[in-house]
Structure formats: C-alpha cells, structure tokens
Design a protein around this ligand. Structure first.
Ligand code: NDP
Length: 308
C-alpha cells in the first residue's frame, strides 16, 4: 500500500512539481514535493532524474515522467525490489505533431524564412528548394507510441510511409514494416528518416557513418529518440560534406547541446531543446498514469507501463 508519494524536485525540468502535486490532491496517499535527501520519507516517487540515493531509500515504486528509461539502472532496481514504471503511451500526439512540423519546415522552407526574418531579409528560397510533403517518403525507425504518432500525421499529409521495428507486424498508416535486419534497405530510399526507438545496447549508434552514407544525399534525419542512437560527429561530417540534406534534432549525445557544437550553426539543421513532447497537459497525463497505478496497486493488479 502506498501511503506517501513524493514528487521529486527534478520534475522542475519539465513543469513545476507543485502542479503535479495539486493534480494528485484527490488521491488517498499524501502527496509531497521532495528533494533527494527526503526520498526515504515516501514509499513511491515520481521523478524526472535518477539519483543513486533512490536505491536504498526503501521505495516500493518509482515512476519516470519520461518514456525513455535509459538513465535508470534496471538491474539495481530489480535487486533492490523497486518497481519502475515509465510514461510511454503519452507522447504520440505531441511528438507526432513536432515531427510533422519539422518536415513541413524543411519542405516549405519555414526555418529558412524565420532566419531571414531575424535579419529583416525579404528573399525567396532557391527556386528548387521548396517541395511538398505530399508524395515525399518517410521511414520511421521504431513504431511504438512515438513512431505511430509520426506515421499517422505523415500519412494524413499524403506522404509514403514505411517503417522499421524489431517485430515487423503491420502498423496502421505504414505501407511496409521492415524488421531491424532490413534497416539499411528501409532508410536508403527515404527523403525523411525519423528515429523513434529507445536507447538500448542494440540501438546505441544505430545511425553511424555507414547508415548515413546509405541515406539519400538530400535526405533529412529526424531524431526525437535519444542522442546516443546517432553518431553525432558522423552526422556533423555528413552534413558538412553535403552528403545529407539536413537534420531536425531534439535530442543529443550531451544535453544541453554544448555552445561549440557545429550543429548550432548549420543552415539546414533545426535544433530543439529536447522539447518534442512538451505539452501544457503534461502534468495531467502524468497524474492520470499515477492514479491508474494507485488503483492497480489497491486492486492487486500488475502496474501499467511496468519496466522492472
Ligand atoms: P515504445 O516502447 O512505444 O516503442 C519503441 C519502438 O521501438 C517499438 O516499435 C520497438 O519495436 C522499436 N524498437 C526497439 N528496439 C529496436 C531496434 N533495435 N530496431 C528497430 N526498432 C526497435 O516507445 P515510445 O515510442 O514511447 O518511445 C520511444 C523512445 O523515444 C523512448 O524510449 C524515448 O527514449 C524517446 N522519447 C523521446 C521523447 C522526446 O521528447 N524527444 C518523448 C518520448 C520518448 P517493437 O514494436 O518491434 O518492439
């Protein structure tokens, strides 16, 4: 039974922790905002960050407010008997729209015009730079919550959508689903390649120099997964050499992206600060996940979105 839930102060990176505390005001357990040195006073913790102190604080359950759980040491959680849940399932619409926005910007040159506006420059893009998404191709690597959200929007925009997942079962809005072993063929012909896989031992460095070389020279790489899925220096090299048309990047090997990264200054690179899933209803979605799992705990059911 959960008697006291802590909302870890690290949630401030996404929204004020007090907002989530207030959204959970009606649940039975007491809900308090806690710093790391206070976590031993709660049984369950909702958090953005991972801290080693969580392991021996006597916690029964930790909920990550992100879908990605690559920062959490899963084996240690298992050994410590801590249940870990994540927030997958909640970001398909927000990230899907962000990726549609990136692709529209590239097709209609919106990022270019915004840069020109900052210089009060009234000028068209090169005559042959604009295109339409309708009829353009997209390969979505990873077809879970994010990938499906991206595919649905791309399909609605008239794009030809293919994808890659470990188990190549059919997915709505995706014409052809390839297994991971066909990654090279899948990304080879696409104008846009969007990455939506978790960062795991298998996906670390999934897109390196070899994969970039297989992509079309005018292709745009979209990464809303995790920075480690892409070899960032190989990506910068490919962009510099014009072996790639552009990139829209929400996630990076090091975040915040260091000021000396060449990616900041490239015309055909859109940099967003790991904000693809940002949404004013984020705290409500987290509160709904926490409430559902409190119900499951009361009813003796398995936790939703259980990782460990
Ligand atoms: P899901 O678990 O719903 O989906 C993951 C998908 O990736 C599945 O389709 C899975 O395949 C596929 N996959 C896993 N490993 C491989 C592989 N080796 N090769 C090909 N496909 C693979 O996760 P989400 O869609 O919710 O999130 C995905 C990741 O995106 C998160 O782990 C997180 O890191 C990141 N993320 C980023 C956000 C942002 O703000 N930028 C927001 C939310 C998430 P299969 O279906 O066959 O199992």
């Amino acid at each position: 039974m959960v008697t006291r839930i802590g909302i870890h102060a690290s949630i401030e990176a996404l929204f004020p922790p007090e907002v989530l505390r207030d959204r959970l005001a009606a649940v039975d357990p007491e809900v308090v905002v806690v710093d790391t040195d206070e976590v031993d006073a709660v049984d369950a913790l909702v958090t953005f960050a991972y801290e080693d102190a969580f392991l021996d604080a006597g916690l029964d359950w930790i909920h990550s407010v992100q879908a990605g759980i690559d920062r959490f040491p899963l084996e240690e959680f298992e050994a410590a008997g801590i249940n870990l849940t994540n927030s997958t399932g909640t970001h398909g619409d927000s990230v899907g729209e962000t990726v549609a926005g990136y692709m529209l910007a590239f097709a209609r040159r919106l990022h270019e015009f915004r840069s020109k506006q900052e210089r009060k420059e009234w000028a068209w893009a090169e005559w042959d730079a604009p295109f339409t998404l309708s009829g353009s191709s997209l390969c979505v690597v990873g077809l879970g919550t994010l990938g499906r959200g991206i595919a649905a929007r791309a399909d609605a925009l008239g794009m030809d959508v293919t994808g890659v997942k470990r188990t190549p079962t059919p997915v709505d809005h995706v014409d052809t689903v390839h297994p991971s072993s066909e990654l090279h063929e899948a990304i080879g012909g696409a104008k846009f390649v969007a990455l939506a896989v978790p960062l795991t031992d298998e996906t670390e460095g999934l897109i390196g120099a070899e994969e970039l070389a297989r992509m079309r020279a005018d292709a745009v790489l979209v990464n809303v997964a995790r920075g480690g899925v892409v070899d960032q220096s190989a990506l910068a090299d490919a962009l510099r050499a014009d072996d790639l048309g552009g990139a829209a990047l929400d996630v990076f090997e090091t975040e915040p992206l260091p000021a000396d990264s060449p990616l900041w200054d490239m015309d055909d690179v859109i940099v967003t600060p790991h904000s693809a899933a940002a949404h004013r209803e984020y705290p409500d979605r987290m509160a709904a996940l926490v409430r559902e799992n409190l119900r499951r705990i009361d009813d003796g059911e398995r936790l939703a979105n259980g990782v460990v």
